[in-house]
Design a protein around this ligand. Structure first.
Ligand SMILES: [Zn+2]
Length: 258
């Protein structure tokens, strides 16, 4: 079977400076998120690429037309309602609001910062799958070393974990892509793709904007803007001969049929 590449972007208001005690207004958070999304438009127009965009309903409310246009080619899934706050009802409300905006069902969820919430809450809110599992150890954040690295079922929910390397579970997430030498990251990603049959990757549009003036640690903004975008384009180009880019929704459906 042809390996599947699940490329995703968390399309959101840029609130990360708040985590580091740096104030940024809600309006500026939106603008940075939108600027990043604009930078990704050439990539998102590539006919060989289908992505999943995990979007806050808050962001989609602000840029309704953009999300509607993107929904024609890509999967729109939920990144809850707001990036900076969370209540259980946001799960259902965001799914319904996004669905209303794009006039299609919304079946997938990724929680901001991979926050873990009760599985029953996600099922009750009407989601078929969740992509908020990072099966590795991130010091100070979480330790999920015991969780599966392939698609699995839990209490009526399908979990699609973010990819880690097959050896030592090195995260293949956005911070690794930014900080690892390109050849090393590519080697790890291709090895995982071959061994596991899929790659589940996530980035953020604001990574492709100059956010050096918002008080963030260097490792979170390294290689910002055009250099990082070049690196991502190169990576996608290199991946094309090794698999097919499909949405999480299609991946989940295909796996259920197997
Ligand atoms: Zn997020």
């Amino acid at each position: 079977m042809i390996p599947k590449i699940l490329l995703s972007f968390d399309v959101e208001e840029f609130d990360m400076p708040l985590e580091y005690g740096f104030n940024i207004s809600p309006a500026d958070q939106m603008k940075v998120g939108k600027l990043g999304l604009d930078r990704l438009m050439p990539l998102l127009s590539d006919p060989d690429i289908q992505c999943t965009l995990f979007t806050t309903a808050n962001f989609a409310n602000e840029y309704t037309n953009d999300i509607q246009q993107l929904a024609k080619r890509h999967e729109i899934a939920s990144h809850t309602f707001y990036h900076s706050s969370y209540a259980t009802e946001d799960l259902k409300n965001s799914r319904e609001r996004l669905s209303e905006i794009i006039q299609k069902d919304v079946v997938g969820l990724r929680m901001p910062r991979m926050k873990q919430v009760p599985v029953g809450d996600i099922v009750n809110a009407g989601y078929a799958y969740d992509a908020s599992i990072h099966p590795t150890w991130l010091p100070g954040r979480y330790n999920n070393f015991q969780l599966p690295t392939s698609l699995y079922h839990e209490a009526g929910l399908i979990r699609v974990p973010a990819s880690v390397s097959t050896f030592c579970r090195i995260p293949l997430f956005w911070l690794s892509f930014k900080n690892f030498p390109y050849s090393m990251y590519l080697k790890l990603a291709l090895h995982t793709l071959k061994k596991q049959g899929f790659l589940s990757l996530y980035f953020h549009p604001w990574e492709f904007v100059d956010v050096s003036s918002y008080g963030l640690p260097h490792y979170t903004i390294k290689g910002c803007q055009s250099m990082l975008l070049q690196k991502l384009n190169r990576f996608i180009s290199d991946l094309k001969s090794h698999g097919t880019f499909i949405s999480y929704q299609d991946f989940v459906q295909n796996q259920s049929q197997d």
